[in-house]
Design a protein. Structure first.
Length: 317
């Protein structure tokens, strides 16, 4: 009977020990007797769909629209959309990343992600993807600057040190390009961004479209007065406009994007009446290089815009 009592006592103590291990997952005891908190494996993040629990160390990330930013932070996703993967600025970094098409649920499910980050705010898409893994929705223009995007993604992915290191290098390169332009551009010279898209015409501000961030926010080039007041000051990133009023928004220089069949009639008298056209100060944007708006693309655009303007100035001498 005594042996049975001892056995039951020891068995009970074993159960208590196991129970304590389950309940105190985040605490260990150091040799000194003080409690040390172990690293948490998950964290809570606030999103437009409420607070979501995500891994602190993301290992199988799937993205839509945030592939370049993930890469610069040192997190290589297992899957990304086709639109992400055709980005010309990251072609040397995408080996091994699966193409999820247009965020195909079936393809994403097969990749077994532990975190999904998407730009599509459609409720139905979110409902489907969030059943696969924690899903964070970051709609387009959530971040209005390179700095905001890098720091925002770094916070989510736990890569703050990597983000700050990249931004330090980014800011140094941008500063160098500003100095190059200051040596050739007059302080009051203005730059406009026009677009011919299909049969429509657009103006662009300092947002994510057609190099706006690179031209106005990073290089700090001056916009024509009406673009400054009507778009940039109002936080409007693009605006549909009638062809007839384009001259009213023209700057000393015009950056022009012609995409999806859109094309200006270069011989038209209205176009020919614009001072920048007369003075051969129209610079054409390569859509493949100026449609992306991620931080890596913006840096490349900063350098390209600088080179275009410097070359144009040299050729005019």
């Amino acid at each position: 009977m005594k042996k049975l009592t001892i056995f039951l006592f020891l068995f009970a103590m074993l159960l208590v020990g196991c129970s304590n291990k389950e309940e105190v997952k985040l605490e260990t005891k150091a040799e000194s007797g003080t409690k040390v908190e172990a690293a948490a494996t998950t964290k809570m993040v606030s999103t437009i769909n409420g607070d979501i629990e995500i891994p602190t160390q993301v290992e199988r990330l799937v993205v839509d629209a945030y592939l370049p930013t993930s890469l610069l932070l040192g997190v290589k996703p297992v899957g990304a959309t086709e639109q992400d993967l055709i980005n010309v600025h990251i072609q040397d970094q995408i080996d091994g990343i699966e193409n999820t098409g247009d965020s195909s649920v079936e393809k994403i499910l097969a990749l077994k992600p532990d975190l999904i980050i998407i730009a599509n705010s459609d409720a139905e898409a979110y409902a489907k993807l969030s059943k696969i893994a924690p899903t964070i929705v970051l709609p387009y223009e959530t971040y209005r600057t390179v700095e905001e995007e890098v720091r925002g993604l770094a916070e989510i992915l736990g890569k703050q040190a990597e983000g700050e290191a990249w931004l330090t290098e980014f800011e140094e390169k941008v500063k160098g390009n500003r100095e190059k332009l200051a040596a050739v551009m007059e302080p009051d010279e203005t730059v406009a961004i026009f677009g011919a898209f299909g049969k429509e015409f657009y103006l662009y501000g300092d947002g994510i479209y057609r190099g706006g961030q690179a031209i106005y926010k990073q290089l700090q080039l001056k916009a024509p007065e009406r673009i400054q007041k009507e778009l940039i000051d109002e936080g409007i990133t693009y605006q549909l406009i009638a062809y007839e009023v384009l001259p009213e928004y023209a700057g000393d220089y015009i950056f022009l994007d012609e995409s999806y069949g859109g094309e200006l009639d270069k011989e038209d008298s209205l176009w020919q009446s614009i001072s920048a056209v007369k003075n051969d100060r129209v610079l054409y944007l390569d859509g493949a290089r100026f449609w992306p708006f991620d931080p890596i693309a913006v840096l490349a655009q900063v350098e390209e815009v600088t080179n275009l303007l410097v070359d144009k100035k040299k050729n005019a001498e």
